[in-house]
Design a protein around this ligand. Sequence first.
Ligand code: 6AU
Length: 274
Amino acid sequence: TSKSTLPYHTRAASHQHPVAQKLFRIAEQKKSNLVISADFSDTDSLLECADELGPYIAVFKTHADIVHDFGERTVVGLKKLAAKHNFLIFEDRKFVDIGSTVQKQYHGGALRISEWADIVNVSPLGGEGVVEALEQVISNEAFPYRDERAVLLLAEMTTAGSLATGQYTQKCVEIAKQRCGAVIGFVATEALGTSKADPNTSAYEDFIIFTTGVNCCQSGNILGQQYQTPEAAVKGGSDFIIAGRGIYTSENRVETAKQYQREGWNAYEARTAL
Ligand code: 6AU
């Protein structure tokens, strides 16, 4: 495994997946590799946060199932703000069931995730069938958001005693290689995959690493969550840093978001200047 030292625009130009291309372009335009984890329990708070922090982030991450009044207003509001501030939406649903159940949870259902979330994440605990199931939906000719949806595999977790390690993590990488039509990267704490042309297939492989457990001034441990700084995360191979409470519980969340954005971006520039 090796972390990418290529700038986002180069990675955008050579990536085969349109969602990855869009993500890299947004990052470059806004000089931001910051993802806000907006773990709010009502629609007003969620939308207010998206509008306030929208200018400083590349991606807005949600947990739709904790929003007690989730509905049409939430969906329309999120889509409008994503267009206004030019960010992608990542629903942190962590699909983990059998393929056919996950298809129903993703497309339709109470949360209508496929209608509004550019990115979702999946744990292939039950094998690659779950990823195949999502790829089937996303790449279906009749799917209205074809080429606008992508998947991240939950390859590691930030919590103490995580079972998502070793062989499980390696298997995630193997599955990702087989499912490039859907999978653009991983939720992980370090670079995974090769980030360069594969000598066996000559296919260009560039998995994007999203890293959680990012906090400037906390080292954990709240219910097992373990933190590192934005700089340490990016230095260690993270392409996009995900921060929640470190930003939204701070006294001035706009200023704090700008600080995380700056720190994440500086670390990216340092890494790509090598
Ligand atoms: O910055 P925090 O600790 O307030 O929030 C971290 C966010 C939460 C978690 O559900 C999520 O990141 N998360 C994930 C994801 C994104 O999949 C994986 C993980 O290993 N750890 C983690 O905290 O919304």
